[in-house]
Design a protein around this ligand. Structure first.
Ligand code: SF4
Ligand code: SF4
Length: 205
């Protein structure tokens, strides 16, 4: 299973707070992330799924819609001039050889990235339940179990709908806006509840 990174827990009594679940595209190689290994040099090949699922600010491209420059299954029509966001992006499968070929996004229909607090799993909007299939569902639950021990979070994103996954439960949070945050209710390390609140309503401590 892949090692995850950046899971600094932000704790308040009975709660941990996600500071940001809307990640920015991350630099290839995940600078500063010494827990991601990449001994296998992978290439995207026929995969173009991130050009569909990710939002690209520089192009005002929303998530879950093909980029107008993408030739699905082939590549980018403006490759030499693509925005830095695109140039710098690498999904976890591309850089982490602990994710095997089954996790290649064009095959799994899932694009994995890290967030400040955990791992995010974006479904191809044409396959919103891809994460429920095996072997993916089992591995995702295993990451959730690992995450629960280490204050990491596992979030599935299908369109703009977010689902917080725990070892035993899933919390369907619906649409979570950029000005909103997910607050987890904890009993010990076990997540027993999750709610969405406005960022300004969060009281720390
Ligand atoms: S989702 Fe990953 S493998 Fe697919 S094109 Fe994007 S970076 Fe490459
Ligand atoms: S500009 Fe190119 S690399 Fe960037 S999202 Fe569009 S098709 Fe993909």
């Amino acid at each position: 299973m892949p090692m995850l990174h950046g899971f600094a827990g932000r704790t308040a009594p009975l709660r941990r707070i996600f500071p940001s679940i809307f990640i920015n595209l991350r630099p290839t190689g995940f600078d500063g992330n010494d827990r991601v290994t990449s001994s296998v040099k992978r290439t995207c090949g026929d995969c173009t799924l991130c050009c569909k699922v990710m939002a690209i600010e520089a192009l005002a491209k929303p998530a879950s819609a093909w980029c107008r420059h993408c030739k699905p299954g082939c590549g980018c029509a403006i490759y030499a001039d693509r925005p830095a966001e695109c140039e710098n992006f690498a999904c976890l499968w591309l850089v982490n050889d602990l994710l095997d070929e089954q996790w290649k996004p064009s095959r799994s229909k899932l694009v994995l990235t890290t967030s400040e607090n955990g791992i995010e799993i974006r479904c191809d909007p044409g396959s919103p339940n891809a994460w429920r299939k095996e072997p993916y569902a089992g591995e995702i639950r295993a990451w959730a179990a690992e995450g629960e021990r280490d204050a990491m979070t596992v979030v599935v994103i299908a369109g703009q709908r977010m689902i917080l996954v725990t070892p035993d439960l899933e919390f369907d949070l619906g649409l979570v806006g950029p000005d909103e945050r997910i607050v987890r209710e904890l009993e010990g390390t076990k997540v027993v509840g999750a709610t969405v609140v406005k960022a300004g309503e969060i009281r720390r401590g």
